[in-house]
Design a protein around this ligand. Structure first.
Ligand code: KMH
Ligand code: ZN
Length: 272
């Protein structure tokens, strides 16, 4: 089995300070959280930017500031979000890709997102992908439901997407596929040959699906974007606490952790 790549999804677009007092919001806070997660075993950080008032933004300069502050503290693969927040325009969402980070997320379809709709028109998805290709950015394909994986397979066959692809199965969003082992196993049965994958279980699904991914040879995403609790009724004290737990479980199961450079080589990133 390959070494484990842990992604820390530090902030997201939806969680508030009221819900999670340790949520990193400012560029400095996000950079400190990133360094703590790297120390705990993460090799990728998935980033969302926030305004000073805590509201989500895809402002290019804010992302630039976050990435510079991270670079001052540690080596880690930076993955920017192109999902942003529900309701943002495609042009807004694409802005951080022009900074040419190593990776960016690419949602592979539209999904109900709680009481909202997370819109991903196929034409916009293709525009995002072209921009990533132009800037040398490796897409991580976000799969909220199984039809999105079918779309990715079709794009790989047509050559729109160049393989090997890297997937993130985001399971447990209300409106998307359930955060269950059965859902994950179904998606894996449909995985295009040669692909790599990680799982982002939402809420209480984070720990069991992460553990299952370690056993199955996949990779794991944890962090406040997806889950703010350490266990039922107990908030996590930091993103790093969630990373450290997955790291401990992986080591107990004899699966060493990938360094950022090892993860770069595994994912075929440009900086290696
Ligand atoms: N905030 C969600 C609506 C991504 O980062 O690419 C979308 C999201 C996905 O977070
Ligand atoms: Zn995100």
């Amino acid at each position: 089995m390959q070494k484990l790549i842990i992604t820390a999804a530090l902030t997201g677009a939806e969680v508030t300070r009221e819900q999670q007092p340790a949520l990193p919001i400012s560029p400095q806070e996000i950079a400190i959280a990133a360094a703590q997660c790297v120390q705990a075993g993460a090799s990728i950080v998935h980033l969302h930017a926030r305004n000073a008032d805590g509201s989500p933004t895809q402002d290019r300069e804010t992302y630039r500031e976050i990435i510079a502050a991270i670079r001052e503290r540690c080596d880690v693969i930076v993955q920017v979000s192109t999902g942003g927040a529900v309701g943002m325009t495609p042009v807004e969402r694409l802005a951080p890709v022009t900074l040419a980070p190593e990776m960016a997320t690419l949602s592979m379809g539209t999904v109900n997102f709680g009481d909202d709709v997370f819109m991903n028109h196929p034409a916009d998805m293709e525009t995002f992908l072209r921009a990533m290709q132009e800037h040398g950015v490796k897409p991580e394909l976000e799969i909220f439901d199984s039809g999105m994986l079918t779309t990715a397979s079709r794009w790989l066959k047509k050559g729109v997407l160049k393989g090997p692809a890297h997937f993130d199965f985001v399971l447990g969003i209300p409106g998307g596929m359930a955060g269950t082992p059965e859902a994950l196993m179904y998606l894996l049965s449909q995985l295009p040959a040669g692909s790599s994958w990680t799982v982002a279980g939402i809420g209480s699904a984070q720990l069991p699906l992460g553990t299952l991914a370690i056993l199955l040879g996949g990779h794991v995403r944890v962090g406040f974007e997806d889950n703010i609790f350490y266990r039922k009724g107990e908030l996590a004290s930091s993103n790093a606490q969630l990373v450290a737990r997955i790291a401990r479980i992986s080591l107990e199961l004899n699966r060493p952790l990938a360094t950022p450079d090892e993860a770069r080589a595994m994912l075929g990133l440009k900086n290696i």
